[in-house]
Design a protein around this ligand. Sequence first.
Ligand SMILES: NC(=O)c1ccc[n+]([C@@H]2O[C@H](COP(=O)([O-])OP(=O)(O)OC[C@H]3O[C@@H](n4cnc5c(N)ncnc54)[C@H](O)[C@@H]3O)[C@@H](O)[C@H]2O)c1
Length: 274
Amino acid sequence: MSGMDYAGKHVVVTGGASGVGAALLEVLAELGQPRVTVLDLRQPTGPHDTFIETNLADETALEGAISRIEGPVDALFNNAGVADTMPRDVVIAVNLLAPIRLTRALVPMMPVGGAVAITGSIAGMSWAKRLAVIQELLNLDGRKAMVDWFEGRDLGLDTYSFTKEVMQVWTMREAQTLRAHGIRINNVCPTPIDTPLVGDFRKTVGEAGMDFTIAHSGGRMVSGREVASVLAFLASPAASFVSGQSIDIDNGFRGAIITGTLDTSSVRASAGRE
Ligand SMILES: NC(=O)c1ccc[n+]([C@@H]2O[C@H](COP(=O)([O-])OP(=O)(O)OC[C@H]3O[C@@H](n4cnc5c(N)ncnc54)[C@H](O)[C@@H]3O)[C@@H](O)[C@H]2O)c1
């Protein structure tokens, strides 16, 4: 497709060894085979050039990985994520602190036209309810201040969903800063994706919540490839005037909730969520 040619570019992908990230490596290979650097705990099997073994939850490991990334970087895909089956500090570090730090570190290596794409989640759809508190967090300066902010704090919802809410708000805020450098940033919000991680969500969200979402988004999970295609579009010149957006990949699920066609109160109550 015109504008979606990645030939000759250098892209950085986190979480490229599985699920959405693995599908993204395949999609990028079809879109011109860019030079691909992957940051993950595990070696990816899909097409890539450089693998930097990285635990994104570990600040020192992340800084070490950043020092090994060679610019220029045309696109950054902040895709890796973990569910609440992991400890709270790991969820915060992988889903929130790492993408923010990685973006800040790589933007100076990006030419005009560069782009950042984030894999968020439909779980972050209620960000507006917590906008003030999310802004308070994002106004803090540095990783330590953010980690301290979370200490002992009741977020009012599960940590995973909160991190995905924060990434939506951060995407809107960051778009303003990055525009001055000719760089765009966007986020995607899928319903359950057919990847290994979905098993973790069945444990944390519960079977009822997962089945409800799947039933009301077309009766199936979205595939990793369907998510990867939207990510590839958003970070390409085909989306050259799109920035600060969170794009639902949900087959109309959230629209049905907003317009009242779908009442989620019973399933949210059964899952102990607001
Ligand atoms: N699967 C779903 O139902 C679903 C739904 C909505 C959003 N998402 C989001 O999609 C993104 C991709 O998840 P997925 O479904 O492909 O999951 P996945 O588990 O298949 O892949 C995640 C990848 O991230 C890597 N990773 C995990 N922790 C890491 C760490 N500490 N350091 C480095 N790499 C690490 C894993 O090794 C793996 O390769 C995540 O951000 C997730 O929150 C998933």
